[in-house]
Ligand binder design. Structure first.
Ligand code: CP3
Length: 353
């Protein structure tokens, strides 16, 4: 293994260098939800496709959407265009995206019904996503990083149990706290499904993967360990058994003080920070163990102008020489003017540390 490493060609992808813990004089960047509704070229394809799910499962259109933001703003990474909810869909739960309202999932029957995963059926349903990865690979410039992704088991379970989006997921939490063993079983099913799904993405050729645990911050410490850190660690181990050292980014949004435990124990190589965390404090407490990513409030990108410039420069100055990837603290807001993304990209490209 050490031999293969020593004969490896020097890393040409800027963002991969940061993921491998190397210092980069330019700070690499990409933006969560960089492909999506704020782009007129996305909205046009979306109209043609009909439903959002049809778009996710059309490899030609999904590949084109993956590349749209790179063609416009030249980010250092492309993120696969898909959704975290294709996993429950492939496990057999009905899924619909209602115009203007968000996802609706079919009745959450019994968790036991998800107990045995038929991986042939699962991967057949996800075949269009794998085809999208193939197409993007062929068309992405070699200096760009290609990021695959999945939702964290806890966050995906939130939608599976609640049946729709929410801010608090009280029904899910009540169910989980009242039936912890049954809930463990669901989380375990999602660990296996997610590991398999990410391993397929890696096999086809993504350079890194991100685990989106957007609702991690809803859990108290004890359960955060049980349903966020431990399941993430299992996924990381399953991936590293087959691809040792493969770069994995974890995003336990709104985890506050629990972020440092996640950084220390989940096994991820890079941690995505939301905008509610102090970047300086994050660097001091766990910035030497992992690469850090994120932190810009998406509303500042929506606002643009002086406020965006001041905060972007503050983040860059605070990051200093730390291992850092610039990103938002959460996804781009759909009303964001594309010119503000240009403004941000220009600041980042001109900045040398
Ligand atoms: O980042 C990217 O550009 C890649 C594509 C991507 C999407 N969703 C496309 C999408 C990624 C990485 C996601 C992740 C995702 N999906 C998360 C985790 C990140 C986060 O935002 O917290 C979650 C929780 C979901 C589930 C989801 N998908 C919801 C709740 C919704 C509805 C709310 C909304 O923003 O519309 C979606 C729909 C969705 N996923 C859209 C896009 C572009 C909008 C669909 C449309 O065109 O109408």
């Amino acid at each position: 293994m050490t031999e293969t490493l020593s004969t490896e060609a020097p890393e040409k992808k800027l963002l991969m260098q940061a993921l491998k813990g190397k210092f980069t004089s330019q700070v690499p960047f990409w933006l969560m939800r960089q492909a999506g509704r704020y782009l007129p070229e996305y909205r046009e394809l979306r109209r043609k496709a009909g439903s959002f799910l049809d778009l996710c499962f059309d490899p030609d259109m999904a590949a084109e959407i993956t590349l749209q933001p790179i063609n416009r703003f030249d980010m250092d990474a492309a993120i696969l265009f898909s959704d975290i909810l294709v996993v429950p869909y492939a496990l057999g739960q009905n899924l619909d995206f209602v115009e203007g309202e968000g996802p609706r999932l079919g009745a959450f029957q019994t968790i036991q019904s998800f107990g045995e995963i038929d991986f042939d059926v699962f991967n057949k349903k996800l075949q269009p996503v794998y085809e999208t990865i193939n197409l993007v690979k062929k068309n992405l410039a070699p200096e760009k990083t290609f990021i695959g992704f999945a939702g964290g088991p806890w966050t995906v379970a939130c939608y599976m149990v609640q049946g729709r989006g929410d801010e608090e997921f009280i029904n899910t939490k009540k169910f989980a706290f009242s039936h912890p063993e049954e809930f463990d079983h669901l989380i375990e099913t999602l660990v296996m499904a997610t590991s398999n799904y990410l391993l397929e993405q890696i096999k086809i050729g993504v350079d890194a993967v991100q685990i989106f645990d957007s609702w991690a911050g809803l859990l108290p410490e004890l359960y955060f360990d049980r349903w966020v850190i431990k399941p993430t660690k299992k996924i990381v181990n399953n991936i590293h058994k087959i691809y040792p050292g493969f770069p994995i980014i974890g995003f336990p949004r709104r985890a506050g003080f629990l972020y440092s435990q996640y950084a220390e124990r989940s096994g991820v190589r890079c941690v995505g920070l939301d905008q509610y965390l102090s970047l300086g404090q994050a660097i001091r407490t766990f910035g030497s163990k992992v690469t850090l990513q994120g932190n810009l409030d998406p509303v500042l990108l929506l606002a643009g102008g002086k406020a965006l410039e001041i905060e972007t420069r503050r983040i860059l100055e605070t990051a200093g020489a730390a291992n850092f990837i610039f990103n938002l603290g959460h996804g781009i807001i759909k009303e964001t003017p594309p010119e503000h993304v240009f403004q941000l990209a220009n600041i980042l490209k001109e900045y040398q540390r």
